[in-house]
Design a protein around this ligand. Structure first.
Ligand code: NOJ
Length: 547
């Protein structure tokens, strides 16, 4: 265990690869294709580990790797203890974990405990009758008084969350696609099965899980109606009719998280197979900070990291982001650690979403994510400010876009293959192969070109990661907001570092900063002395080593 000196000031969280490192999300189908079928795979990821080591990341989270009919691209699991044949074999996964370990990179898998595929053997059995052995593994209810759905819960993908099963005369709950039936987490056997699934992967050296729909696995036992959305609810809720009060974020979810934490911690015990406990990173999709904090429990007994979707869904706006970060600082239990990200496979890429494809703004956003007090997660391609790829929604592979018909729902745009080079195949696949999703503008963004250019975003990100990792103030130091003009955001990290970012359209002067610029988004300013007033052009950000 770490001694006291490893504790972050103002925090009880000891130093670790995940507190002090940078994590990186990989969409396996889109990272690197080793066998020329146009689909990325685990061997491909292994072959690209040197890029990740060069970049300086300490852990990778792989989007789902388990067998699945891919109705929702792996988030519909048909077997929790195997590897999807499109991606390779379990031996490939073992080899990836080993090769990553040689580079001191840990591997997190995606765990999907809220629902299975309807083709999972449990659900196939559940369909056979009301007395089926696995019937109660899922959430069944008789029709409501009007003969319709049992209550007013809606699917996150649109429409009712209930699907009628004619042969057995009951509805089953599916909060995503009807082919993703929700598991019944009130059933003790489900809890035991998942304990075993966690242990199965921990024994193989998996360093933890990103847990899908972590906030919603336990539902109201009485299946009470959700209340209507009100105008004061978060803007991301405004497209829904009802607010997920009973269908998600129930207090009993914390029993499950405590249970998983016990399973994870047991693997970090001194006599266990792994000398460090695996970590639990939750997709905690709640839109109030006071709903987020409980997912850390005491800080020692639930999640290690709880994704902050308020931050993800904030605009790239100094006041909005500062308020959220100040709220995290004020509300985080001393034993808990924050996590910040700007892109993922659902929300889209920060270069488009936050920066409107303006690379200067993307660089400023990356500088923020990599200098806050909390573990940064990058999404593959962020390091080259990769934008979303505009795609025709008519041919979307994403089931959400197909179901809602709303082009803005098309998540394919942020799941396209990694552009390693500008050559045919992009270094992702062979020149002859058709990638499973189209490439974007390869000449505009690719890893090889940026690697050759010291002023590129790729080098900026690498240098920021290196600076963060070698500067204790940037990893573990306290956060304090500094005075800054409207539209700019400035903060001190520890005693020795200040960060200032200008997100406005005008040049600003930030007062009270004296030292030397360690890294600026304009690399021409690296090393510049700051004598008390820091001038920043629009979309410019700097890290200053204070006098
Ligand atoms: C959240 C995942 O991130 C998303 O991609 C998926 O569609 C839903 N959960 C359902 O599993």
């Amino acid at each position: 265990m770490n001694d006291k000196t490893d504790l972050a000031p103002g925090s009880q969280v000891p130093a670790s690869w995940w507190r002090d490192g940078v994590l990186y999300q990989i969409y396996p189908r889109s990272f690197a294709d080793s066998d020329g079928d146009g689909i990325g795979d685990l061997v491909g990821i292994r072959e690209r580990l040197d890029h990740l080591a060069w970049l300086g990341v300490t852990g990778i989270w792989l989007n789902p790797t388990m067998p699945s009919p891919n109705d929702d691209w792996g988030y519909d699991v048909a077997d929790y203890c195997a590897v999807h044949p499109d991606l390779g074999t379990i031996d490939d996964l073992d080899a990836l974990i080993a090769a990553a370990g040689e580079r001191e990179i840990r591997v997190l898998l995606d765990l999907v405990p809220n629902h299975t595929s309807d083709r999972h053997p449990w659900f196939q059995d559940a369909l056979t009758g009301r007395d089926a052995r696995h019937r109660d593994f899922y959430v069944w209810a008789p029709p409501g008084p009007d003969g319709g759905a049992p209550n007013n819960w809606i699917s996150n993908f649109g429409g009712s969350a209930w699907t009628f099963h004619e042969p057995t005369g009951e509805y089953y709950l599916a909060q995503f696609l009807p082919t993703q039936p929700d598991l019944n987490w009130w059933n003790e056997e489900i809890r035991e099965r998942f304990d075993d699934i966690l242990r199965f992967w921990f024994r193989r050296g998996v360093a933890g899980f990103r847990i899908d729909v972590c906030h919603a696995i336990v539902k109201d036992r009485e299946l009470r109606d959700d209340p209507p959305v009100t105008p004061t609810d978060h803007r991301k809720l405004q497209h829904r009719t009802v607010k997920p009060v009973y269908s998600a974020n129930r207090p009993e979810v914390h029993d499950v998280l405590r249970r998983w934490r016990t399973v994870a911690d047991a693997h970090g015990a001194p006599d266990a197979a792994q000398d460090e406990a695996p970590i639990l990173v939750g997709e905690t999709y709640v839109l109030e900070l006071d709903e987020l904090m409980p997912f850390y429990g005491t800080g020692r007994d639930e999640l290690h990291l709880a994704f902050n979707f308020l931050f993800v869904h904030a605009d790239l706006d100094a006041a909005q982001m500062r308020e959220i970060v100040e709220g995290v600082e004020a509300g985080l239990p001393p034993d808990a650690w924050a996590v910040y990200t700007g892109s993922n496979h659902d929300a889209g890429r920060l270069a488009t979403r936050w920066a409107m494809d303006d690379e200067r703004r993307a660089r400023a956003a990356l500088l923020i994510v990599l200098t806050l007090r909390g573990t940064p997660f990058l999404y593959y391609g962020d390091e080259i400010a990769l934008p979303n790829v505009p795609l025709d929604p008519e041919t979307a592979l994403d089931p959400v876009a197909r179901r809602t018909g709303d082009p803005s729902d098309n998540r394919d745009v942020c799941r396209t293959p990694m552009p390693w080079t500008a050559e045919p195949g992009a270094g992702f696949t062979t020149p002859e192969a058709t990638p499973w999703l189209p490439f974007g503008d390869l000449a505009a963004h690719n890893v090889a070109a940026q690697k050759a250019d010291p002023a590129s975003t790729l080098h900026l990100v690498r240098d920021l990661i290196a600076l963060r990792r070698r500067t204790p103030d940037l990893t573990a130091g306290t956060y304090a907001t500094l005075d800054a003009p409207d539209g700019a955001w400035a903060y001190r990290r520890g005693d020795g570092v200040a960060v200032a970012v200008n997100l406005s359209d005008a040049t600003v002067s930030v007062p009270g900063v004296a030292g030397r610029i360690a890294i600026g988004t304009d690399r021409g300013r690296d090393g510049e002395a700051v004598d008390g007033t820091l001038d920043l052009r629009p979309s410019e950000g700097v890290v200053v080593e204070l006098e």
